[in-house]
Design a protein around this ligand. Structure first.
Ligand SMILES: [Zn+2]
Length: 419
């Protein structure tokens, strides 16, 4: 039954692609392609059937193409978010919000309903009502978290990995966090079993960590991506060497670390129109009252500030040492966290700048680096012939200041203007 439905979808997609193929040529653009190469002026980008058919100063505009003149404008790859959350439901409005802020692909890093795979197939067939989604399906957590801690023994952990692998999960993720000593952590025996089983299924392995000791454990057990930075201490040189040797990527989620205290102090973004776009009036009001009070008197406030600073320092150290660094934010999830989808990604870029990264390094992190880290670089990431036409048109140059990534004039998702 399922197979019949999917075959029908695929056939429909091919039919649509052929019948309504519309070619769009963006001309005279200044393009920053995500590879790290200098910006190139006078570029034409030809988009057709969701992909970049041709790109470059010499690319010819095909007869009959819709031409959009981008003289004086800038084009970058769409933002890939390596650590996001889509949920709790509904999915569509969240993916739409991401896309309106320029996030063209996001990860979904805790629990997704089984229909997410059919949803992904529809997206692949061109039904893009928001950012493309990639998922961990399930998050392995310790007690008392439910869902997440149902599987107790290493054998049960392996069986769960088999189950989500059969559902074609994109990644396998474990969550190691004592939350300041309040909860037990997943045991080393358990996480080793989950990592090993995920490796057998050839799945990319991810881990949420806070402390250096846990990061060391997960790297020893074969994790591919640490989806947060080490935040309990400065990263020592020997661990940097280990990360390099084992080819592990690290995502710093500075926007998240900041959001644990920023709404209760002077730096709150609540009056910022670009931030407000991502919230309704009711939620904004709560943020200005209840959330502001809670954060201002939070006894953990000094600790969050310390962790934020440590994350920044460690990020710069990792990047300078040549460790593969990704781009992620931890946006989304429970509404009362106020990890605002879309806003968070732009804020993350500015915090990476504050940590000492160049605009080019930041652009590479959300395009080339993330596509490679997530195993999707054949189709996504940099702007090149044959890749998905996911790109942003900006009115200001992001190489002058990464905050200019906010000057989005248009988002193209699969070659179509997203509105
Ligand atoms: Zn997260």
């Amino acid at each position: 039954m399922r197979a019949v439905v999917f075959a029908g979808l695929a056939a429909a997609a091919v039919f649509c692609g052929g019948a309504s193929a519309q070619t769009v040529a963006l001309t005279n653009a200044t393009v920053i392609d995500g590879t790290g190469a200098a910006a190139q002026r006078g570029v034409t980008i030809v988009m057709e059937n969701g992909r970049i058919r041709d790109i470059g100063p010499q690319a010819a505009t095909p007869a009959g193409a819709t031409v959009v003149d981008l003289a004086g404008k800038f084009v970058t790859p769409g933002i890939i978010n390596g650590h996001g959350h889509v949920g709790p439901p509904a999915r569509d409005p969240q993916l739409r919000q991401y896309a309106l802020y320029g996030v063209t692909t996001t990860t979904s890093m805790y629990f997704d309903q089984d229909d997410v795979q059919e949803f992904k197939r529809r997206q692949k067939a061109g039904d893009l009502r928001g950012a493309r989604i990639m998922t961990v399906m399930y998050r392995f957590m310790s007690e008392p978290f439910k869902p997440g801690s149902e599987n107790k023994t290493p054998e049960e952990g392996r069986a769960k990995v088999d189950e989500i692998a059969a559902k074609d999960t994109d990644f396998v993720k474990v969550w190691i966090d004592a939350q300041g000593g309040r909860h037990p952590k997943l045991t080393p025996e358990f996480t080793a079993a989950v990592m090993d089983q995920a490796k057998k299924h050839n799945k990319i392995r991810m881990s949420h960590i806070v402390e250096l000791a846990d990061a060391r454990r997960m790297v020893d057990q074969g994790v591919n991506i640490l989806v947060h930075n080490v935040r309990d201490q400065d990263i020592p040189d020997d661990f940097i060497a280990t990360l390099k040797e084992k080819n592990v990527s690290v995502i710093s989620t500075l926007a998240r670390e900041e959001a644990l205290f920023v709404y209760g102090g002077d730096g709150t973004p609540t009056d910022n129109p670009f931030f407000q776009k991502g919230l309704n009036a009711e939620r904004l009001a709560l943020l200005r009252t209840k959330m502001r009070e809670n954060q201002a008197k939070d006894p953990n406030r000094p600790r969050w500030l310390r962790m934020f600073d440590t994350d920044k320092k460690n990020l710069k150290k990792l990047v300078d040492a040549g460790i593969k660094y990704g781009f992620g934010t931890d946006s989304g999830g429970a509404l009362d966290r106020y990890f605002v989808q879309g806003w968070f990604e732009h804020r993350q870029m500015e915090l990476m700048r504050d940590a000492g990264l160049t605009p080019m390094q930041i652009i590479q992190s959300f395009s080339k680096n993330n596509s490679e880290m997530l195993g999707i670089d054949k189709d996504f990431g940099t702007l090149a012939k044959g890749k998905a036409a996911d790109l942003l048109v900006l009115t200001r140059n992001p190489l002058d200041d990464i905050a200019n990534m906010r000057s989005i004039e248009a988002v193209y998702l699969g070659g179509k203007k997203f509105e």
